[in-house]
Ligand binder design. Sequence first.
Ligand SMILES: [Fe+2]
Length: 229
Amino acid sequence: MKRSDINRYIREAEGFFRINHFHLPPFASWSVENWRDKGDEINEILDCELGWDITDFGKGNFLKEGLLLFTIRNGLTGSRKYPKPYAEKIMISRENQLTLMHYHAVKTEDIINRAGGRLSFELYCHTEDNQLDGEQTVIVARDGVRCEVRPGEKLLLEPGESISLTPGLYHTFHAENGTGPVMIGEVSFVNDDHTDNICLEPQLRFPEIDEDELPYRLLVCDYGKFLRE
Ligand SMILES: [Fe+2]
């Protein structure tokens, strides 16, 4: 992805969070110079990968297949230093912008439509060889209400509604066309994007970045390059 596009998407996201009255923590608005002025007091932010995160899943078309995320809190799997067992994110899906089909090996996550348009989901169980199970009925809780859905059946979440995704449950989602972008919350077990995401198609979780201008904000995947080299 081009850095200039990433900068623009983050500026747009800041505006969207603002109009929806969602306030981010202080490190969300640090400049690169602000980050470089800090010492080891910010190790938790760096080690637990808190902050801005953009993915195009390595497909090169962010507006079609992509997601913008901000990790607000997280722990680190297996770490005594950061034993926090939970995570929280805020995300934005644009109209018809797909988050590709995946499941989590360990993480249980609640995905919440916090504001905006309508969030469309498809769910499948997985087969032994990690394909979509087209037969098995999916059992899922929607705001505490147990539901049975057909594999791939479209589920729509209005603002305020949420769904609890258990480990092993394939899911894909996007903001439904014509309803506007969705501000999505995630409340989950500790998040590990390096080991816990099992994807139906090969994909790249963190983008390769063409540095055509300076970063407006650092992404989680920038910390190593800009702060720890
Ligand atoms: Fe997920």
